[in-house]
Design a protein around this ligand. Structure first.
Ligand code: SF4
Length: 130
């Protein structure tokens, strides 16, 4: 099946395509270039934080360590939401630059699992063909 829009602009929601099953197989993973907001359990599942640290350190202390290590770009103190760091290219740190596939798929954060149901334009994604 040919998709109408082949070159989405991630920042322009009107260029996004309605999600259909199987689309991801031919996409360049534009969704993995957007900031990913995660919670502490996501970081534990990703093995960026161990269970002991999660239990004994404050989110602020954890954020400080992760920020220093270049693993997060931002921490929202009020809601305890961490934003994963991205590479200079804008890619998520876990995206394989060549294959455009997630290298931590089984452990990926909830935000990624819920996309595109929960996204800036629910049910749509910034699809672009490889
Ligand atoms: S964790 Fe995986 S699915 Fe989520 S943005 Fe990064 S590469 Fe994409």
């Amino acid at each position: 099946m040919k998709l109408a829009i082949r070159h989405a602009d991630v920042d322009r929601l009107d260029t996004w395509t309605r999600y259909r099953s199987g689309m991801c197989d031919s996409c360049v993973a534009n969704c993995c270039t957007m900031p990913v907001e995660v919670k502490l359990p996501d970081l534990v599942r990703l093995q960026l934080v161990d269970a002991f640290e999660a239990e004994h350190e404050t989110p602020k202390q954890i954020a400080k360590r992760l920020s220093k290590a270049g693993l997060i770009d931002h921490f929202n103190f009020k809601n305890s939401i961490f934003t994963l760091a991205r590479r200079a290219s804008g890619d998520c740190q876990f995206l394989d630059a060549k294959t455009r596939r997630c290298t931590v798929y089984e452990l990926r954060p909830n935000t990624c699992r819920l996309h595109p149901q929960i996204s800036p334009r629910p049910g749509h994604c910034p699809y672009a063909a490889q």
